[in-house]
Every structure is written in structure tokens, then in C-alpha cells.
Design a protein around this ligand. Structure first.
Ligand code: RTP
Ligand code: MG
Length: 141
């Protein structure tokens, strides 16, 4: 299995619900290491740039306003198969379709307020990690 890094974001709804620790615990219990982390308030420009691939989608405006509605916690997770493993822990985008025991099944409220983001491929992981973290902000252990 490949040692990978992936970008995770705890979205404003989950921060507001005070479940940052519960979500981070799931990553740690699944043997993903948190090798970088910070809490930030995204600007409109930052959110638009991050989700640029969805620019033409009908939900883009709602997505950007939701992601800027409060602070988020961005982290880099490292481990075997980290990208797919994190997507499994997250569950489906729509919490009503998310498997029992996943982060979105347990903490998301709607398809917009769906608790977490996770990179969906090695190429997006590389872009997204670099979007939020300089190389010297990521530790190795
Ligand atoms: P994410 O990028 O946040 O990890 O979520 P994802 O891969 O599961 O979903 P994606 O297709 O990349 O969509 C990004 C975010 O946009 C919102 N969305 N709304 N109303 C809708 O039909 C719709 N579809 C997507 C969700 O908040 C989703 O997480
Ligand atoms: Mg996505």
C-alpha cells in the first residue's frame, strides 16, 4: 500500500457543532496521522479558488457562501492509502446516503452542511495540500 497525504477540511457546520475532536479522533483511530493542522476563516476568494472545479455547477454560490460562513479546520492526513481511507471514513456526499458509522452519517446535516471535505484523487490531494500549507508547515513523523 502507498503512503499518501490527503487534505481534510472540517467544515463550518461541524466546527459550530463542537465535534472537531470527535472527527480528528476518527482519523487517528484509523491510523491516519495529522501531520499539519490549522483553524482558519476562508475568504470568498480562497473558497472560490479551492472549489474552482465546481465553478459552473448550480450549487457553486451556495457552496462558497457556506464554506465562508464560519471557521474551518484544515489538516493534512498521512497514512497508507490515506486518500481512499479518508473518503471511506467520510461517507457519501449526501448524508442521507452515507453509510452508518461514517462521519457524514453521524455529523452532517445536509448535502451542503456535510461536515467534512476530503481530497478525491492523488492529483487533487497534491493541489489541495499545497493550496493551504507551505512545505515547511507539514511535519513528518
Ligand atoms: P468535498 O469535495 O467537499 O469533499 O465533497 P465531495 O467530493 O463528496 O462532493 P463534490 O462533488 O466534490 O462537491 C463538493 C461539495 O459541494 C456540495 N454539493 N452540493 N447541492 C448539490 O447537489 C451539491 N453537490 C455537491 C457539497 O457540500 C459537496 O461536499
Ligand atoms: Mg469533492
Amino acid at each position: 500500500m502507498a503512503l499518501e497525504r490527503t487534505l481534510s477540511i472540517i467544515k463550518p457546520d461541524a466546527v459550530a457543532k463542537n465535534v472537531i475532536g470527535e472527527i480528528l479522533t476518527r482519523f487517528e483511530k484509523a491510523d491516519l496521522k495529522i501531520v499539519a493542522a490549522k483553524m482558519i476563516q476562508l475568504s470568498q476568494e480562497q473558497a472560490e479558488g479551492f472549489y474552482a472545479e465546481h465553478k459552473e455547477r448550480p450549487f457553486f454560490g451556495d457552496l462558497v457562501s457556506f464554506m465562508t460562513s464560519g471557521p474551518v479546520v484544515v489538516q493534512v492526513l498521512e497514512g497508507d492509502n490515506a486518500i481512499a481511507k479518508n473518503r471511506e471514513l467520510m461517507g457519501a456526499t449526501n448524508p442521507q446516503e452515507a453509510a452508518a458509522g461514517t462521519i457524514r452519517a453521524d455529523f452532517a446535516s445536509s448535502i451542503d452542511a456535510n461536515a467534512v471535505h476530503g481530497s478525491d484523487s492523488p492529483a487533487s490531494a497534491e493541489r489541495e495540500v499545497a493550496y493551504f500549507f507551505a512545505a515547511d508547515e507539514i511535519t513528518s513523523r
